[in-house]
Design a protein around this ligand. Structure first.
Ligand code: FES
Ligand code: FES
Length: 144
């Protein structure tokens, strides 16, 4: 469909022109994570101040879906309170599971372009890699 085509263009645009590519220095949080199914890896650096994600950059090697998703994720969470970034991660996981995900409370922006990945279970880990890294970075895993 036209929507699928549009989404494919958005994904390729993020893959070819990644947003927030690079590494933050100066005491930024640093998360290295790999996708165990393929060995691809992402390095995410985050600057969190006063409970807000001030800055996010990523680097790494991976498939188009994983790198496009990392680009979209950094774009989406930059400037958000940590709490909202974590809610956005939940929305993204619901999207990947094929569940209803959009309750209208967030501007999902480009991340919606990846909703088609839910039809390809083997690729879901590619798409969620960057979001898992973000969650780990802001310390969610320690709370659980
Ligand atoms: Fe198989 Fe990503 S791990 S496509
Ligand atoms: Fe490795 Fe997608 S195939 S992250």
């Amino acid at each position: 469909s036209n929507l699928d085509q549009l989404y494919r263009q958005v994904i390729m645009d993020h893959y070819k022109n990644p947003r927030n590519k690079g590494i933050l220095e100066d005491g930024a949080l640093n998360i290295n994570m790999n996708n165990p199914t393929c060995g691809d890896r992402i390095q995410l650096t985050l600057k969190v101040e006063d409970g807000k994600i001030e800055s996010a950059k990523f680097d790494g090697e991976g498939c188009s879906i994983s790198l496009a998703s990392a680009s979209m994720m950094t774009q989406a969470v930059k400037g958000l309170p940590v709490e909202d970034a974590l809610k956005l991660a939940k929305i993204f996981y619901d999207m990947m599971l094929g569940n209803d995900y959009d309750d209208g409370s967030y501007d999902l922006g480009d991340i919606e372009a990846l909703q088609g990945v839910s039809k390809f279970p083997a690729r879901i880990k590619c798409a969620t890699l960057a979001w898992k890294a973000m969650e780990q970075g802001v310390g969610k895993q320690e709370e659980e």
